[in-house]
Unconditional design. Structure first.
Length: 191
């Protein structure tokens, strides 16, 4: 998906009920020389978070590395990856859309660089949405982080409730912040 593109989370006339947001990345920072001549890999700690808002754009809840479950238990972070090491999704957020509090109208997914490296030091960063209720968990949307820059946060995407259905929109708005609390105002501006 490209910035600004929207995707209805309805297929064959039925709304998706369980989705998974995956975040993956690799360090683009070259290895540093160690004290005794060896090399040391520079690790980048990106964090995926979900910030919930009500119909008036007021902050309701945040799911992130320090609060792994939403107050309504419908959004769950599976744990913090401190390095981006390994293949596939480095951090995952699970959302049971049928269980999201009726007060929540938007869920904004953000990435922050806890270690404060900027995105020009990150490669292969992506955000993807999967249908967790379907056999084989098919990917329904993918957004590649193609805009490198001297930013430490990115407002990646949002889920918006419209009546009984949800829409997914890729945003890709750069920001500055080390934690999701640092970007709540910026995330609200994307509603």
């Amino acid at each position: 998906m490209l910035k600004g593109q929207s995707l209805s989370l309805t297929k064959n006339g039925e709304s998706l009920t369980k989705i998974r947001l995956g975040l993956g990345w690799d360090s683009a920072v070259p290895a540093k020389k160690g004290l005794f001549g060896g090399s040391k890999t520079v690790e980048i700690d990106l964090d995926a978070s979900a910030i919930s808002f009500d119909a008036n754009g007021q902050h309701v809840d945040t799911v992130f590395y320090n609060q792994l479950t939403s107050k309504d238990n419908a959004i769950r972070h599976t744990g913090d990856n401190l390095t981006g090491a390994g293949d596939g999704d480095d951090e995952t957020i699970l959302v049971d859309l049928s269980g999201v509090s009726p007060a929540v109208k938007n869920i904004v997914f953000v990435i922050t660089s806890y270690s404060q490296q900027t995105f020009d030091q990150v490669q292969n960063a992506y955000c993807r949405v999967l249908d967790d209720a379907a056999p084989g968990t098919p990917e329904v949307a993918r957004y590649n982080l193609t805009d490198s820059g001297r930013y430490t946060a990115m407002i990646m995407a949002k889920l918006s409730r419209m009546g009984g259905t949800w829409n997914f929109q890729a945003i890709g708005l750069p920001a500055q912040g080390r934690t999701p609390q640092d970007v709540v105002t910026t995330a609200a501006s994307a509603l």
